[in-house]
Design a protein around this ligand. Structure first.
Ligand SMILES: Nc1nc2c(c(=O)[nH]1)N[C@H]1C(S)=C(S)[C@@H](COP(=O)(O)O)O[C@H]1N2
Ligand SMILES: [Mo]
Length: 200
C-alpha cells in the first residue's frame, strides 16, 4: 500500500474516479500563450531535471498531509514551451477534461509548485492523482489538480470546477482547525495566509 493510502489520506474525485490510467503512455499537452506548444510524453517528462520538495497538501475541507513530493517544477516546463509575456494564469485540466482549476503565474513559478509523480519516493496511484498531478502547497488543495493531461497558458483568469461551485478563486489558505493526516487525523490548528508550515 502506498504511504498516502496507509495514512488514510482522503481521496477526492469530484468528477468521478477515472479508473486505471496508463503511466507509460501518459501525455501532457501544453497549449495557449507560448511560442512552442508541445505534447510531452511520459518519457519526455522523465528526461527533465526532477525536483523533490517537502510540503503539505492542505484541503479546504480541513486536513493536511506532509511528505516529499517529486516531479518537475512547473517553472521548468513553462520555460520549455517558451511562455509568452501575455501569460498570467496557468489552467490545469484533469483526465476526462471535466475538472479544471487555474492559478496565477507567480504561484506557478514558485519553488515548490510541481507537476508531481511521486510521494515519499513512490509513484502516485490513480487514487492520488497519478501518473501526474499538480502540487501547489501555497493554496488550498483544490488547486492541485490530479491526473493532469493538459495545461493552458492564459491571459485572463477562468474559474474552475470548484471555483464555479463556491470555493474562492484565490484559494488562500485560511487559519483554523485542520486534521493532521500524518498524526492519525488528529484535530489541530493551522495559521493562514501562506503555505502551511506546521501546526500551531
Ligand atoms: N481531478 C481532480 N483533481 C482534484 C480533485 C478532484 O476532485 N478531481 N480534488 C481536489 C481537492 S479539493 C483536493 S483537497 C485534492 C485532494 O487530493 P487527494 O485526493 O490526492 O487527497 O485534490 C484536488 N484535485
Ligand atoms: Mo480539498
Amino acid at each position: 500500500m502506498n504511504k498516502l493510502a496507509a495514512m488514510n489520506t482522503p481521496i477526492f474525485w469530484a468528477e468521478g474516479h477515472p479508473g486505471k490510467l496508463d503511466r507509460e503512455n501518459w501525455t501532457l499537452d501544453i497549449v495557449g500563450a507560448c511560442a512552442a506548444p508541445q505534447t510531452f510524453s511520459w518519457q519526455d517528462l522523465l528526461k527533465m531535471q526532477p525536483a523533490t520538495v517537502e510540503g503539505r497538501l492542505t484541503s479546504v475541507t480541513r486536513w493536511s498531509v506532509f511528505g516529499s513530493w517529486t516531479g518537475i517544477r512547473i517553472s521548468d516546463i513553462l520555460q520549455k514551451v517558451q511562455m509568452q509575456p501575455s501569460c498570467n494564469y496557468i489552467r490545469f485540466w484533469s483526465v476526462g477534461l471535466v475538472y479544471d482549476t487555474s492559478i496565477p503565474l507567480e504561484i506557478a513559478l514558485k519553488e515548490k509548485s510541481l507537476l508531481a509523480w511521486a510521494f515519499d519516493d513512490e509513484y502516485l496511484s490513480e487514487d492520488y492523482g497519478g501518473p501526474l498531478r499538480g502540487f501547489i502547497p501555497y493554496l488550498w488543495g483544490y488547486k492541485s489538480a490530479k491526473s493532469i493531461v493538459k495545461i493552458e497558458l492564459m491571459e485572463h483568469y477562468i474559474p474552475g470546477f470548484w471555483e464555479m461551485r463556491g470555493y474562492t478563486d484565490s484559494a488562500e489558505i485560511e487559519a483554523g482547525p485542520c486534521r493532521d493526516i500524518n498524526d492519525g487525523g488528529k484535530l489541530k490548528q493551522i495559521a493562514g495566509g501562506d503555505e502551511v508550515k506546521g501546526f500551531i
